[in-house]
Design a protein around this ligand. Structure first.
Ligand SMILES: *Cc1c(COP(=O)(O)O)cnc(C)c1O
Length: 405
């Protein structure tokens, strides 16, 4: 999964370019920086690699979501439909712009169930935010059709799915805007960073200003820039951008390793008829950062997780159902709306209402799902060993289950 596994000379060289000039900031200092513009260069590289018209780098994936939501005009009174299975950052960003996160069920794609989305739409719905979890995609045709019909904004949280495609287009470039995260465990990393992708000039221009205190960046003198609206500081540094530049150049290399390892592991797990796999709307577009698989029941899945733990091979296998950070079941802070700063009472009530709805349809999916993260460093022998151990743990549990009946 993560680019941090393959660090090397290229990352060092790009960082050294910045260290030579000492200009660690992405804006200004035109003379002393001697032509070194890593953030700008990375934005251009992102546009050309992913086929996005515009890219605005920021300090994290969370900042990218917040910036995109603001740039799209999402705020007070608006509802944003998002999945029950995602990273907490998705609802943090929605709350940070004063909007209501409306969690809805996921289906066997591990992403938004389009039918559940339709049911959740109200006159206050402004935006649908699919989250392309674990390297693969939501059903974008269905979601786009809903957005078109109901005149809603489509914002893709593609933070975990850099390099995945849907029908020939990169995830993140299909909606009104999309985001990637370059945090330390993502497909490509720059330690901390993120990007807003968009084909809309208005969204790019507002993202650009918003992430730098509202600077319009129209003059040559930063001090004389105008501030047409209030912004914040979500800037990326040149040092981070330098690492990102090295990593984006290696994306295809990372993806091809992931795809090879994914195919090998899937072939091994496929020997067990009781194991099924995540439904992928466009299988050719899977970035293969994870292999996500299902067992027949919640009970069997818990038993397999316990068996993997007992055999000391659970590392790298994620049982999201019991995870504190990725699934609604354990988001008690959200369910109780525990914030340090007071929310408007109406917003607080809405947050509590939506976080405490019935998610049994999601539970039925997530309680049977295990996602195995693909390492870039595995040898074919290690994959075989891992796969065989998982298969034997599953078979052991299934046999015990059968004996008990
Ligand atoms: C990682 C992640 C984010 C946030 O990215 P950071 O760079 O860590 O702030 C947002 N959404 C999803 C789905 C993520 O996995």
């Amino acid at each position: 999964m993560p680019g941090f596994e393959l660090f090397g000379a290229s990352e060092r060289k790009h960082v050294n370019d910045v260290m030579e000039t000492g200009i660690l900031m992405r804006y200004g200092f035109d003379g002393p920086r001697k032509g070194i513009w890593k953030a700008k260069e990375l934005e251009q590289a992102i546009c050309s690699v992913f086929g996005s018209k515009y890219a605005q780098l920021v300090s994290s994936g969370t900042a990218a979501l917040t910036t995109a939501l603001s740039a799209l005009g999402v705020g007070y009174g608006d509802e944003v439909i998002m999945p029950s299975f995602t990273f907490v950052a998705s609802f943090e960003a929605v709350l940070s712009v004063g909007a209501v996160p409306v969690m809805v069920d996921v289906d066997d794609t591990l992403t938004l169930d389009p039918a559940a989305v339709r049911k959740a739409i109200t006159p206050n719905t402004k935006c649908i935010m699919p989250v392309h979890m674990c390297g693969s995609m939501a059903d974008l045709d269905a979601l786009q059709a809903i957005c078109k019909e109901r005149k809603l904004i489509l914002l893709e949280d593609a933070c975990q799915s850099i390099g995945a495609q849907y029908k020939g287009k990169y995830l993140g470039t299909i909606g009104d805007a999309g985001t990637f995260s370059f945090d330390f465990v993502k497909t490509i990393t720059c330690a901390e960073g993120g990007v807003v992708l968009t084909n809309r000039e208005d969204v790019y221009t507002t993202s650009d200003g918003y992430s730098d205190h509202g600077h319009d960046h129209k003059g040559v003198d930063r001090g004389a820039d105008l501030h047409p609206f209030i912004g914040y500081n979500y800037r990326i540094s040149e040092l981070h951008a330098a690492v990102g530049l090295a990593q984006v150049e290696r994306l295809q290399e990372f993806l091809s390793i992931q795809r090879k390892n994914h195919a090998a592991l899937k072939a091994i797990l496929s020997q067990v008829p009781e194991i099924s796999f995540r439904r992928i709307p466009d299988p050719a577009g899977d970035s293969c950062t994870f292999l996500s698989w299902f067992l027949p029941t919640h009970e069997i899945t818990e038993a397999v997780v316990n068996e993997l733990k007992a055999q000391n091979i659970l590392a790298g296998n994620f049982y999201w159902f019991n995870n504190n950070w990725h699934y609604i079941r354990k988001w008690d802070h959200l369910k109780q709306s525990i914030t340090l700063n007071a929310l408007h009472p109406d917003l607080k009530a809405a947050v509590i209402h939506h976080a405490n709805k019935d998610f049994s349809a999601s539970d039925a999916i997530m309680s049977r799902c295990i996602s195995t993260a693909m390492s870039l460093l595995w040898t074919p022998e290690q994959i075989k060993e891992k796969g065989d151990k998982i298969v034997s743990a599953v078979r052991k549990v299934l046999a015990a289950q059968k004996a008990a009946v």
